[in-house]
Design a protein around this ligand. Structure first.
Ligand code: RIB
Ligand code: CA
Length: 345
């Protein structure tokens, strides 16, 4: 009888550990980091959720969703589907369906109507939790003061709302990681603004000015050698079910890039930001900065200006609070292989 019990117990044990940290890969001294992933779940967000679920360094307390690439409803379904294919049972919470100013904005997705390549990939079995995303963020931080890192892969609306609802609790957040801004390069929403910062510039400004330590991964880290090529996607597709899911989800963004001058390779920004979080030596250089997001309506809307600590500008007194760590160099050439290695585990 005892032998019969063991296989059942092993299955149960494996299910419990689905996306909890694998203790063998994390020593007691390096307890898995408590994270919340905030996402507007397009294809690159989904690939980043899968990467996080396959990374034993992280203990995903939950995934919070908002409108951005796609509607809140679609983004929630996409997040649930990505976690399920990664075998991760982290809970999902619905957040902002409007921007920080309360306006309903039509989502803009270069990833396709469903945000996931329009390949019929999205059939999640589970549903989102009843609890509101912002309430979940605040509850998690209250329960784990000084320990929670929030990884923001879309606009900063949920974060700004949490800062308004309970600023004292939000001061207990350990660090915010943000995939947004053009970094020190060029924008994608406009020549100077990146999509996540642009779509809700007032929220991004609120997040930057709140004073928490924020690590920013900009578009300039995601381009060039970091872009995934047609050959990379062929390798990814051949790697198994998850590889096929991610490759199919990128179908329409790859068409978009091919029609707009970047033939045969695309950025995968959100997974690169997640790689900066999980892969110890992936980031080579950072710059201590103050970040200022332009919120005026006009050509600079959504541009984030970085005042580098210690730099003497000719006409600006540079005596800001330097709460931003801007990632300025990563192992771009290793990015795809590092991703593949982690999801194949
Ligand atoms: O500009 C790239 C960012 O905007 C990514 O997070 C992508 O998912 C979109 O949200
Ligand atoms: Ca995103």
């Amino acid at each position: 009888m005892r032998m019969k019990m063991i296989p059942c117990l092993l299955v149960l044990f494996a299910m419990v550990l689905a996306c909890a940290p694998v203790s063998g890969e994390t020593t007691a001294s390096e307890a898995p980091r408590k994270v919340i992933i905030d996402t507007d779940t397009g294809a690159d967000d989904a690939s980043a959720l899968i990467l996080a679920a396959k990374s034993p360094e992280l203990d995903i307390l939950g995934v919070t969703v908002l409108m951005g690439n796609v509607s809140l409803e679609q983004g929630t379904r996409n997040a649930l589907a990505a976690l399920e294919i990664a075998g991760c049972d982290a809970p999902v919470y619905e957040g902002a369906s409007r921007n920080y100013s309360g306006e309903k904005i039509l989502p803009v997705s270069v990833f396709g109507e469903d945000g996931m390549g329009e390949k019929g990939l999205i059939h999640p079995r589970k549903k989102a939790q009843e609890e509101d995303a912002v309430d979940f963020i605040l509850r998690s931080v209250r329960e784990n003061p000084g320990e929670v890192e929030i990884i923001v892969l879309g606009p900063a609306t949920n974060i700004a709302l949490a800062m308004d609802r309970d600023p004292e609790t939000m001061k207990q957040v350990k660090r915010i990681w943000s995939m947004a801004t053009a970094g020190l390069g060029v924008g994608n929403a406009t020549p100077v603004a990146e999509f996540n910062a642009f779509l809700d510039a007032p929220a991004y400004s609120r997040m930057l000015n709140f004073g928490l330590p924020v690590t920013i991964i900009g578009l300039d880290m995601c381009n060039g050698e970091a872009q995934w090529t047609d050959e990379n996607f062929e390798t990814l597709r051949a790697s198994g079910e998850i590889g096929r899911f991610v490759t199919d989800s990128f179908s329409m963004i790859r068409d978009f890039y091919n029609q707009n001058g970047s033939v045969g390779s695309v950025m995968n920004c959100d997974s690169l930001a997640m790689m900066c979080v999980v892969e110890k030596d992936f980031v080579n250089r950072t710059i201590s900065c103050h970040g200022s997001c332009c919120t005026e309506i006009g050509e600079t809307h959504g541009q984030v200006i970085f005042y580098q600590e210690g730099f003497t500008y000719d006409l600006v007194l540079n005596d800001f609070e330097y709460n931003v760590t801007l990632v300025n160099s990563v192992d771009k050439a290793d990015y795809f292989d590092l991703y593949l290695k982690r999801i194949e585990k």
